[in-house]
Ligand binder design. Structure first.
Ligand SMILES: NC(=O)c1ccc[n+]([C@@H]2O[C@H](COP(=O)([O-])OP(=O)(O)OC[C@H]3O[C@@H](n4cnc5c(N)ncnc54)[C@H](OP(=O)(O)O)[C@@H]3O)[C@@H](O)[C@H]2O)c1
Length: 423
């Protein structure tokens, strides 16, 4: 099958031919609709992530929107290496249903980055009854921007969005959002001012390193009086640095809890519980996920894409470009399938033996059935079938395999893209 293939740690993936996935107990065969190129996909593939398999050649990709044999769209992941989701086909667990009126590529682009903020925000609101003030460090990235939207959707009273990119910060400013421009030479100054004006109840940190150290300094307190704040600091990403020194006085002088959110620190069950809500929020337009679609043949371009949209790899040959959509189901007319839809078509996604890509047959190594650990970074799919389940997808009784119908690969209803910009 056609796939994006990484031949060694640190190499850019190339399109090629990879072995068909092995369908083992608990998995079924799905066809790719779109797989997001998240930060974790890059670090896993490069061997830099604690979840990296170290197996090469490999197909990158941790999650995807796929089409099942019965034609339904699912969000799934947790593919056993050396396979990944950036291939025409994958063997995966059943995953979560994707609503018919959702933009499947927005779901593929958005669940991972949106889930990273949604989960701690939701957990904090459950534990405390409200969100209060939320400080987001690295608010200009995809995950940070979606965390701003999630905080608003989940009822935060006040959001402080801190980042470097001035243009993105301007776009985030709103009555409920104060922005803080991080001066890389002196991030503490601006942060101290913002934090003094409104002590955060929850900090979502996507960058760590010197930005975290500056935040610790800003949160520091003088005096022996009791602290009436209760700060929960959640470490999520570390693009600014892998380490940050925590001042001992901060831990003693403030009522602060520092924790992490990722595979290992958050249970698979907690991760799975949040996924349907995130998919729904994307489908409804409560979370806006800009994305840029690239066919597998263009995976090298996708890999080097550094626009503000999330790159999504599709089976077809996509014209690179960015999509932004506004909201769910604006009107019947606009929901009609568009002839110009960039959705994967039957023709573009049919397995091709005459691939235009350098057709290299790269065999996976043998004994490589180790399961890649899920990351919250990887929204793992939940088994959704069976009478005992409690998920949203269970009402959809599935016919026995033999009677399942195959449907067209074109998503049934596609809304027009509200704005397109060139990648
Ligand atoms: N644990 C989880 O569940 C989970 C899930 C999703 C993502 N993550 C992690 O969260 C992080 C952000 O992911 P993303 O999807 O938002 O990536 P992204 O869209 O590429 O955004 C990267 C963000 O990091 C900022 N940044 C990069 N280098 C920086 C530096 N040296 N100093 C300050 N800021 C810096 C960027 O700021 P500019 O805009 O100014 O460039 C931008 O805001 C990654 O580490 C990712 O692995 C974790």
């Amino acid at each position: 099958m056609k796939a994006a293939i990484i031949t060694d740690a640190g190499r850019t993936p190339v399109p090629g031919t990879f072995d068909e996935p092995q369908v083992v107990a608990g998995t079924e065969l799905f066809e790719l609709v779109g797989a997001g190129l998240h930060q974790i996909v890059r670090s896993l593939a490069a061997g830099r992530h604690y979840g990296s398999s170290g197996i090469y050649p490999q197909v990158p990709g941790i999650d995807a929107v796929v089409r099942a044999a019965d034609g339904s769209l699912r969000y799934t992941g947790r593919i056993a290496p050396p396979w990944g989701t950036m291939a025409e086909r994958m063997a995966a667990q059943d995953g979560f249903p994707v609503p018919d009126d959702a933009d499947p590529l927005a779901v593929a682009a958005g669940v991972n980055p949106a889930g990273s903020g949604w989960l701690p925000l939701h957990a904090h609101r459950d534990a405390r009854g409200s969100l209060g003030t939320v400080l987001i460090l690295g608010a200009t990235g995809m995950s940070g921007r979606l965390a701003v939207q999630s905080a608003r959707a989940l009822g935060a009273e006040h959001i402080i969005a801190a980042g470097r990119n001035q243009a993105v910060l301007r776009s985030l400013r709103a009555p409920d959002v104060d922005v803080v421009e991080l001066d890389v030479d002196d991030p503490a100054g601006a942060l101290a001012e913002a934090v003094a004006a409104s002590t955060p109840d929850l900090v979502l940190d996507y960058v760590w390193g010197p930005i975290a150290e500056a935040t610790f300094a800003a949160l520091g307190r003088q005096g022996l009086h009791e602290d009436d704040a209760h700060i929960s600091y959640v470490q999520i990403g570390s693009l600014a640095g892998a380490h940050a020194a925590v001042p001992s006085t901060l831990l003693r002088s403030r009522n602060i809890t520092i924790s992490g959110s990722g595979a290992g620190s958050v249970s698979a069950e907690q991760q799975m519980r949040s996924i349907p809500a995130v998919i729904d929020a994307i489908a409804s337009g409560a979370l806006q996920v800009p994305y840029a679609a690239f066919g597998i043949d263009d995976v090298e371009k996708a890999w080097s894409y550094d626009g503000p949209e999330r790159a999504v790899v599709t089976p077809g040959r996509e014209r690179p470009g960015a999509h932004r959509r506004r909201s769910r189901a604006p009107s019947r007319r606009s929901r009609a399938p568009s002839r110009r839809s960039r959705a994967p078509t039957r023709r573009s996604r049919a397995p091709s033996r005459r691939s235009r890509a350098p057709s290299r047959r790269l065999s996976p190594r043998d004994a490589c059935r180790r399961s890649r650990p899920s990351a919250l970074d990887t929204p793992p799919p939940a088994p959704r079938r069976g009478p005992a389940g409690g998920g949203r997808g269970e009402g959809r009784g599935r016919r026995p395999t033999a009677t399942r119908r195959r449907r067209s690969w074109v998503p049934k209803r596609r809304r027009p893209v509200s704005r397109r910009v060139r990648a």
